[in-house]
Design a protein around this ligand. Structure first.
Ligand code: ADP
Ligand code: MG
Length: 407
């Protein structure tokens, strides 16, 4: 049916002028014979009156022990406001648009408030609007349980909404509009010479997103891969061609930034707010390990950068889990050390596999900048180093330069 999903992030809908720009992009695709379905995030960034963080602050201000059900209700308001304003902006141009909440758009989730999983998408509401020639403007980041409780899909979840609608409506493409020219070789806020990547495969962008590249949500990539849908990351503020994300691996099976087929690495990602734990065991028994791992599972704490030794376990957790983990360790009477304020720097590339000397180059490049590696790990396509938060920017730039990513 030639459906195109067009998702616009918070900064893209932040002002009247920008919303008019967004409306123009939507109408242009309609004029080109495509059938647009729009998804919007809440207006603006932290500090702006209707941004998600502002709404959370408002709820917490009234009552600190927020229930996750009510928190989801207030968070969902940001996207509802945004969808109404955006639909009105489109209508002002003479095209008919209709704002829909996640629930009205047929997005059904489980009951896990704050990080709900979508279990079903009923396409009927959107399809009937499309049949009438109307442009649906759907709230990102939210759905509802079967009993009608509003749920949210986790931060950055509007990308997930866009990918899900793309899959359910069998869209030709899902366009994700943001404030940069596409997926870049590193966060351009840290590395001014970072370059746009023309084409990237699901695996690599998934890894980048998991390891902190905020430009697209990992779940959205997962859904696109599952449905074999092309994602495009584009800039609302420019006409740059953007980045195409699909399943194609370069002809040589390499990392394949177009024009740079021989490149060893594709990108450097970073993630802040990481805490490293070293837990000491007295003669580590299987039961003891099991008890510890079960506690982590029961408390929804996922651990990363895991190195287990007979007398100690070293791993990292996200900042939000530190307090809970400390309570667990105290309860189990384990001795432990904590290193807060760390960052994880990850080098990503298909070609890393089997190429000797990559780690040696990373160690040398970081040492050259006086950056200490606190821990490291690797997979087929990644090498990650844990560094102190204060060294993060230096480390990302050093690796970006070492592997010539600005070429
Ligand atoms: P939106 O509100 O549109 O969803 P986000 O803030 O979630 O926007 O994502 C866009 C931001 O992602 C950019 O402003 C950029 O600073 C950051 N970013 C981090 N890593 C990368 C990368 N590798 N390529 C592009 N942008 C990145
Ligand atoms: Mg985002």
């Amino acid at each position: 049916m030639n459906i195109i999903i067009q998702k616009f992030g918070g900064t893209s809908v932040a002002t009247k002028e920008l919303r008019e720009k967004v409306a123009k992009k939507v109408i242009l695709s309609k004029q080109e014979g495509k059938i647009p379905v729009v998804v919007v995030s809440a207006i603006g960034r932290s500090g702006d009156p209707y941004a998600t963080d502002t709404l959370i602050g408002l709820a917490n201000h009234a009552f600190k022990e927020q229930s996750s059900r009510e928190l989801d209700m207030i968070m969902a308001c940001g996207e509802i406001i945004s969808a109404v304003i955006m639909a009105n902006t489109i209508k002002a141009t003479g095209y008919d648009a209709v704002a829909l909440t996640g629930f009205q758009a047929g997005i059904i989730t489980d009951e896990y408030h704050g990080d709900a999983e979508v279990t079903r998408v009923d396409c009927e509401p959107i399809l009937s609007l499309l049949k009438e020639g109307k442009i649906p403007v759907v709230t990102g980041f939210q759905g509802a349980t079967l009993t009608g409780d509003i749920t949210t899909l986790g931060r950055g979840g509007s990308d997930t909404t866009a990918a899900l609608l793309g899959e359910a409506l069998e869209a030709d493409v899902v366009e994700i509009y943001t404030d940069v020219d596409g997926v870049m070789t590193a966060d351009p806020r840290l590395v001014p010479e970072a370059k746009v990547i023309d084409t990237i495969c699901y695996d690599e962008i998934y890894q980048m997103a998991e390891d902190g590249a905020k430009v697209v949500h990992p779940r959205a990539v997962e859904i696109a891969r599952r449905g074999n849908i092309t994602l495009k990351i584009k800039n609302t503020f420019s006409d740059a061609p953007g980045t195409i994300i699909n399943g194609k691996i370069g002809s040589k099976g390499n990392s394949y930034r177009s024009g740079n087929e021989g490149d060893l690495l594709t990108a450097i990602a970073h993630k802040n707010g990481i805490t490293q734990f070293t837990v000491f065991f007295n003669g580590d028994s299987v039961e003891e390990s099991e008890r510890f791992m079960n506690e982590l599972t029961d408390n929804h704490i996922s651990i990363d950068l895991i190195n287990f030794f007979t007398d100690r376990k070293v791993f990292t957790v996200e900042e939000k889990n530190v307090e809970k983990l400390e309570q667990i360790l105290n309860k189990l009477e384990y001795k432990f050390q904590v290193a807060k304020d760390c960052s994880k720097i990850t080098a990503i590339g298909h070609k890393i596999r089997g190429v000797p000397g990559v780690m040696a180059r990373i160690v040398k490049a970081l040492a050259g900048q006086g950056v200490k590696i606190l821990q490291s790990s690797d997979s087929h396509t990644t090498i990650s180093c844990l560094v102190s938060r204060k060294d993060m920017e230096k480390a990302v730039n050093a690796l970006h330069q070492e592997f010539n990513l600005s070429r």
